[in-house]
Design a protein around this ligand. Structure first.
Ligand code: URA
Length: 185
């Protein structure tokens, strides 16, 4: 994966960020793409979204160390703004090209359940684009046959400024993580 040139995103990113976790995990958790800190460290979910995920996962009884964490797209896509690198959403072609790696991770780990966080993960796993707010909390099929439970992305929670909207979305996210734990119990 370090040598991947399947799409142009490798040109500007520091490195590809593969998934990490037990290779026999029952649960695979899929995010969008590495962020700034993940791109620099080479590990998924170590930045602010990862820290929020860890906090809410703890409340939901989900042990991060027991899950395999990865992303739908393995390189960071950004636009430079001065010294900052601003996140850009991967497009359908980038998601499709990177699906080769996601499928390979699913084939190796063979999880019982995949938790898709956000619309990009949902698209990479199911092949279907569409708003995540109406799909979250539900299970969708993936071509590998592994069921995917769809939920919000923790970065979405970080972006919400209205306190009520933030509390509601956080509760929904926590409920979805609890549902994943229950489905595997
Ligand atoms: N957001 C993601 O979707 N994945 C990461 O690894 C970090 C932030």
């Amino acid at each position: 994966i370090a040598a991947c040139t399947r799409c142009p995103l490798h040109c500007n990113a520091t490195q590809a960020v593969p998934g990490e976790g037990p290779m026999d995990a029952d649960l695979m958790i899929v995010g969008e793409q590495p962020g700034d800190q993940e791109d620099l460290s080479g590990r998924p979910f170590v930045g602010p979204a990862g820290q929020l995920f860890d906090q809410i996962a703890g409340q939901a009884g989900l042990e991060r160390g027991k899950a395999f964490l990865t992303n739908a797209v393995k390189h960071f896509k950004f636009t430079p703004r001065g010294k900052r690198r601003l996140h850009q959403r991967p497009n359908a072609s980038e998601i499709r090209h990177c699906r080769w790696w996601l499928d390979a991770e699913i084939a190796q780990v063979r999880p019982k359940l995949v938790l898709a966080m956000g619309a990009t993960a949902a698209e990479g796993l199911t092949g279907r684009r569409g708003a995540i707010l109406s799909r979250r909390g539900k299970i969708e099929e993936t071509p590998s046959g592994t069921p995917a439970l769809l939920t919000l992305h923790p970065s979405y929670l970080l972006r919400l400024t209205d306190p009520h909207a933030k509390a509601d979305a956080t509760a929904q996210f926590r409920d979805d993580l609890s549902a994943a734990v229950r489905l595997l119990a």
